[in-house]
Design a protein around this ligand. Sequence first.
Ligand code: CO
Ligand code: CO
Ligand code: CO
Length: 318
Amino acid sequence: MLCQLTPQNDPRLLVGLGTSDDAGVYKLNDTTALIQTVDFFTPIVDDPYLFGQIAAANSLSDVYAMGGVPLTAMNIVGFPIGVLDKEVLLAILQGGQSKVNEAGALIVGGHTIDDPEPKYGLSVTGTVHPDKVLTNAGAKPGDRLILTKPLGTGILATAARAEMFPGGVCAAMASMAMLNRLAAETATAFSVHACTDITGFGLLGHLYEMTSASQVQAEIDSQALPLLPEALAAAAYGLVPVGAYTNRAYLKQVTFAANVPEALRDVAFDPQTSGGLLYSLAEQEAEKLLASLWAAGLKQSAIIGKISEEGTGGIYVY
Ligand code: CO
Ligand code: CO
Ligand code: CO
């Protein structure tokens, strides 16, 4: 649908609607470009403070995925005023602000509408050097792919609603509330070819955005995927969100080796909230980045596959 909008050809627009990237990037001058992004959604956890934290970590992530530093954020709120207690809204906003402040950024405003279904998210503004923008379009054959957070948040949020797999659910909550700041800061020391963050289209959907924008093919080692505890068990039990099936139906360019278990395929298609960063970089750089991520404490980071050759975006999972 976005293709039907009039293209905006302006040299100041470094990243626009055309490549399904994480955020828009606008060149202010030779040393600074502006990054802008917005995201909001309905509650995925019962605790309003935690919901605020997760929504903010998720919104801030798109700035990190572009190689940038967040500066300011604006709250976007839908709330059933007069139906739900105002304390609930306060807790959501406090949770959001805690993560924005942890990112070193400031909340500078926002807008609330009366809405029967609560919604919360943020529009985040950041900056990046115009030569250091990390798009999803630069992956090269021979690159290794690094994922910085374990998969399975959509499956475990479904498990939470069924009041099952509490250990996995707890780990998923903590993972979703964690900023991608440390991973992004660690990666600035390395020569990254492409980056995106893993959110609603799942690992394979966002990887496909990268491979198609970069005109390459990828191979993923399913045994190397970092997984949240109990994510596989919950998927095998059938606690798979609708979005995982939608992603699977849409992604015709993904093929699997026959021996990849069904539950693992579900995890690879599982829509993530506030998922990890996916980096593509040359093999030696990837090994060094992985060691640095581990040294920084991000021990779930893993090399999950490689860019095999030039192509039209196809992904083979073995
Ligand atoms: Co994104
Ligand atoms: Co986003
Ligand atoms: Co990016």
